[in-house]
Design a protein around this ligand. Structure first.
Ligand code: ARG
Length: 265
């Protein structure tokens, strides 16, 4: 059974702007609705996976997006994030402490290399690692992660500020499938995805991308996401996947959705 780390939205709010989705949304989160939406996601996920919780911290509104806490490797090892923006940097010690207390070997990338964890690093079903760079994580993170993993890492260049983390525009699925939004990537990176996934890649349309359909949690045949068009649902059904929509509109005001609210342990 998969295990995910989540963080209750106790102090969730949009109180600064570090991505285009947050612009105009400062102080605009409906906190009761956010709490309800988070509980709905928790309920859906806890029927299919184990959930562990990290305590929210006052003054760290984005800590709810646990995907950015770090990247978990096999055998209880984790690379804890080095956040790009000062507004999120104070989260790292709390994630480190969580992992240390849970018996993980805690690592960090060297020097001043920025890396935002599972928000920018995704495993495909063959165990290959894909790292997004260009906005939050540095391109130098790729070689560092490859060295730590003793395995090749595929870099993907993110070119549009709206798709600032890899998990906003790309989601490897089971059985060698994936969903992705082409406009988020450089032409070279689009080709890399095409070459790796062949006819098992589903390219999403603008509307699905804007609804954070690529920010999905895949558990077996189920794909949990904010919202998908009929077209995308049909394409996923054809590949034997079942879509479960969980409305997380309040979190989209901060630029995150279902996948960002989880970190696979
Ligand atoms: N407001 C947060 C930020 O800009 C949202 C993070 C979303 N997380 C993710 N894994 N895409 O950092």
């Amino acid at each position: 059974m998969k295990t995910f780390l989540m963080c209750k939205p106790g102090y969730f709010e949009v109180s600064y702007v570090i991505n285009p989705w947050m612009a105009g949304n400062q102080g605009r989160v409906n906190k009761r609705l956010a709490a309800q939406q988070w509980e709905n996601l928790y309920d859906v996920l806890s029927r299919k996976a184990l959930i562990r919780l990290i305590e929210p911290v006052k003054g760290l509104p984005d800590m709810v997006f646990t995907a950015n806490g770090g990247l978990v490797c096999r055998d209880h090892e984790v690379i804890v994030s080095s956040f790009r923006h000062p507004q999120r940097q104070a989260e790292s010690p709390y994630f480190s402490k969580f992992f240390e207390d849970s018996g993980y070997r805690v690592m960090r990338l060297g020097g001043d290399i920025k890396f935002e964890g599972a928000g920018d690093a995704l495993y495909d079903s063959n165990g290959q690692v894909w790292v997004g760079y260009g906005h939050r994580s540095d391109v130098e993170a790729i070689n560092e992660i490859a060295a730590l993993f003793h395995a090749p890492v595929n870099g993907l260049h993110l070119v549009d500020p709206r798709w600032y983390h890899l998990d906003t525009a790309f989601c490897p699925l089971e059985h060698g499938c994936a969903i992705a939004y082409a406009k988020a990537f450089s032409p070279h990176s689009v080709n890399k995805i095409k070459n790796a996934f062949g006819d098992r890649i589903i390219w999403v349309a603008d509307e699905d991308a804007s609804n954070f359909a690529c920010n999905a949690v895949n558990i077996g045949h189920d794909i949990i996401l904010n919202k998908a068009s009929d077209e995308l649902k049909t394409a996923l059904n054809k590949n034997n996947f079942n879509v479960i929509e969980v409305d997380v509109s309040e979190f989209i005001k901060a630029g995150g959705a279902c996948k960002c609210l989880t970190l696979e342990l």
